[in-house]
Design a protein around this ligand. Structure first.
Ligand code: ADE
Length: 252
């Protein structure tokens, strides 16, 4: 099937990539998904799939699982790109949704609990000051165009910048400003890279847990707001999946 034909037929299989278990579980419950008894993924990987049918869609939540040694969620770009690749290979989805929490910039209008759909994603910690490698490092990609979805569900839309740190160095800050980002996460641009390689449309839904240009320490603010904001994220992703049901990529 050509990619035009694929974009015109109703979406059938979706993969939702979520880095933290706390972020994933409300959605697992809301869609009544079941954890795979036999993993699709290579033996020994901590990657977890929850799946089921919801409103006619084959819904798969992929969580990179806990680090085998340290027992914490496998956050960040390395795990995100690996699970995105493995999930696309195994499930051939029509659409990827990368959902998670993010830091927001109040100077650009972000507030705690706001949920954004990213128009563009880029990296802010891959500085390679050599012509053309500089652009490769930034790795700018567009999210799947969803004008009807963001309008009807009244989402905020803004640019997302990704790096492997929760905090922000002055170098990161300069790159994030250059990326014109309103939200900052640790997975989006890596998911976008793999989705683009394998030609799967991707949507990025990010809920703000902490204000990066505020006066509170990021990790404290993040942990303080995580569970409440995760509820907001779950509601938004459920709305997105409800909206997707019965539609094609071109109708989003
Ligand atoms: N996820 C939640 N808050 C974040 C931040 N400030 N930076 C990166 N990822 C985040």
């Amino acid at each position: 099937m050509s990619s035009d034909q694929q974009q015109q037929r109703p979406i059938s299989t979706i993969v939702i990539i979520i880095a933290m278990q706390t972020e994933a579980l409300p959605l697992v419950n809301s869609f009544q998904l079941k954890e795979d008894a036999d993993s699709l993924f290579p033996k020994g990987t901590p990657w977890v799939r929850y799946h089921g049918t919801y409103k006619g869609l084959n819904v798969n939540i992929i969580w990179p699982g806990k680090d085998a040694v340290l027992g914490v969620d496998s956050v960040g770009t390395v795990s995100a790109s690996l699970v995105t690749y493995a999930a696309i290979q195994a499930l051939q989805p029509d659409l990827i949704i990368n959902a998670g929490t993010a830091g927001g910039f109040k100077a650009k209008g972000a507030g705690i609990g706001d949920v954004y759909v990213a128009s563009e994603v880029a990296f802010h910690d891959r500085r390679i000051p050599i012509p053309v490698f500089d652009l490769y490092g930034v790795g700018l990609r567009c999210g799947c165009s969803t004008p009807n979805l963001v309008k009807e569900l009244d989402f905020k839309v803004g640019k997302l910048s990704t790096g492997d740190s929760l905090d922000m160095t002055p170098h990161d800050e300069a790159s994030i400003l250059a990326n014109d980002a309103v939200v900052k996460d640790m997975e989006g641009a890596a998911v976008a890279y793999v989705a683009d390689l394998l030609k799967v449309p991707a949507i990025f839904v990010k809920a703000v847990t902490d204000i990066v240009d505020g006066d509170k320490p990021t990790s404290e603010e993040f942990l303080h707001n995580l569970s409440a904001v995760t509820v907001a994220l779950g509601k938004s992703v459920t709305q997105v999946v409800d909206y997707i049901s019965g539609k094609s990529i071109l109708e989003l």
